[in-house]
Structure formats: C-alpha cells, structure tokens
Write a new protein. Structure first.
Length: 324
C-alpha cells in the first residue's frame, strides 16, 4: 500500500475518534452513573413514604395517646385534684358526720381525729345511746319544742359535750380497720393518742363500733366483743348512772375481759356470759388485759383507772377517767 495513503487513513481515523469522544461527552452531561441513580432513587423513595403516611403525632384518626388523653380526660396527671374520688367510709358515724364538722375537726394523725357530732348523727343516736325519742322525718329543724328535746332535757350530759372519734386499729386477722366511738369531749384527745399508739404497735381489737349498732344493748355489744364508749345507761343491776353515760368510760375487747361480780353467797356472775372461760385471770390467753398489757399501761399513763383493780367486783375491760 502507498505510504501516503496509510498516513491519510491514520489521520482520518484519529479525526473520527476525536469527534466520537466529543459527542459522547456531550451526551454524558445529561446522564448519571448507576451509583448516582440508586442514590437518587433512594431519596425519592423516602420522600414518597413521608408524604403518603402522616406522622404519628398528627394522626387524623385521633389514635395518638397524648391527643386521646387530652380529648378524653383519661390522663391522670391532668385531672383536677378536686375531682379525685375519695373512698366513702362504711362506718355509720363517719358517714353521718361526713365533712360537715371538718372546720372543728382535730386531727392527731391521719385516720385519728375527733370532732363535734353533726345533726344527722345526733338524730341517729337519740333514742338509742342518748335519751329521747327519735323525731319523725322532716321535724329536725322545726325550731319548736319536740318530744326529743322534752324527753332528753333531764339528761346529765348534753350532745354538745360529746365528740365523735375516728380511729384505725388492727382486727383479729391482723388487718387494718376503721373504728369509731362517741365520748366526752374531756377524753377525746386521750383516746386518739392512746389508739394511735395501739395501732403503731399492731395491738388487736376485734371491732370498734358505736353501741347504737347494737340498739344500745351493752350485753349484745360485749357478746360481739365490740369495743365501745358512750352509752347513756345505769350501772348493771343499779339505778346509778354508769361512767359510760357521761362518755368517760371505755370497754376494750369485752368478751376476753369480762365484768365479774360476786353474790352474797359467793357465786360469781360473768358478763358477758360467753366470757366465762376468760374469768380466770391466772390463765394465759390472747387479748387478756392485765398490768403487763400495753393497753393497760397507756390508759393509766393518761390518768384513767382500771376496773380490773377494783376490790368488790372486777371489770377487766373497763377504763374510766374523772373530770377535775
């Protein structure tokens, strides 16, 4: 082949190659690599997901917990404390007094307090533990002279001198329980302090209910081993008023600490009768009050005297205090 033709062919091929390279670069300006394509496609995919599914906080269905709580009021932290429901006591006296005497309430410790007796509680005990006739419904505020005020006028203590006492105690199963008493205002402070100490030491009292729960029947209350205080009644077998009638005496676990009297013939009478097995105080048994018992020590420290130290009779359940 002619040398000059070969040179011309090489030059032509070089020109074609240069021209082709230029065209390719022009075309690549609007193209991308596979890595670039994958990267861009991933970004577009994420944008699409964000736009198609709303964020949880702006869920149109209202299923977001915080939004639902605000709309339904179920978020406890946002509730008005005044709207918090407090348990209602099952005790009769506590229910009748309610919060009506809260301004005059003296609280020694939580659950241990005393206060005046409300009108509702007065009506409840009148004719049972307090002398008088229960008034017909709707006559309490008549302002006139009623059979209640007329028949209770001779009572040696007024309702204004009495106090409602609320306590906590451990029952015979070892569980905390509520208790209530009515007493003379003179010993109300003593009682909340004494029962608080008994509670702190888990001293057991089977039940502490108003004597009115037993229709004012002291024997029924003792048979049920109920600890009680005020009851306008005479001393058993006498016409003289008991210290209970003044709200100045209290009986503790009476079934296990009976009242014992002796006849002229030496016979022994035990009340309640079911407490006969506990009349022999030389025996050891649970709930026995003696001079080593915490209950005895606390009442003595507060100036009470104990019926178990009497000479002619023994009232092991009984503590009383005298006004100066």
């Amino acid at each position: 082949m002619d040398r000059s033709k070969i040179i011309k062919a090489v030059i032509l091929l070089a020109v074609i190659t240069i021209f082709a390279s230029g065209c390719l670069r022009i075309l690549q300006r609007n193209s991308m690599s596979l890595a670039e394509y994958e990267k861009l496609n991933k970004v577009e995919s994420e944008d699409t997901d964000d736009s198609s599914v709303p964020p949880e906080s702006s869920d149109e269905t209202g299923e977001d917990d915080s939004v639902a709580a605000d709309q339904t009021g179920e978020d406890e932290s946002l509730q008005d404390p005044a709207e918090t429901i407090t348990p209602v006591s099952l005790l009769t006296g506590a229910s009748l007094n309610g919060s009506s005497q809260s301004e005059d309430r003296f609280t020694y410790e939580e659950g241990f307090y005393y206060e005046p007796i409300s009108d509702q509680l007065r009506r409840y005990i009148t004719g049972i533990s307090y002398p008088g006739t229960q008034q017909p419904s709707g006559t309490a505020d008549s302002g006139g002279d009623t059979s209640d005020t007329a028949s209770s006028a001779s009572a040696k203590i007024t309702l204004d001198e009495l106090r409602y006492v609320h306590i906590l105690h451990y029952d015979f199963d070892g569980n905390p329980a509520e208790g209530e008493l009515i007493c003379n205002e003179f010993i109300a402070g003593d009682l909340v302090e004494i029962f608080y100490e008994l509670y702190c030491n888990e001293y057991r009292l089977e039940k502490v209910l108003l004597i009115d729960e037993y229709d004012g029947d002291d024997v029924s209350s003792m048979e049920d081993n109920n600890t009680s205080c005020f009851n306008y009644r005479p001393v058993a077998g006498s016409s003289s008023l008991s210290r209970h009638a003044y709200g100045l005496a209290i009986d503790i676990n009476p079934l296990y600490n009976p009242y014992i009297t002796y006849g002229k013939d030496g016979t022994m009478n035990v009340s309640p009768a079911s407490g006969t097995d506990y009349a022999d105080r030389t025996l050891s048994f649970p709930y026995k009050i003696d001079e080593d018992d915490l209950c005895y020590k606390l009442f003595i420290q507060h100036g009470f005297t104990w019926g178990g130290s009497w000479n002619h009779s023994k009232d092991y359940q009984h503590f009383q205090k005298s006004k100066p």
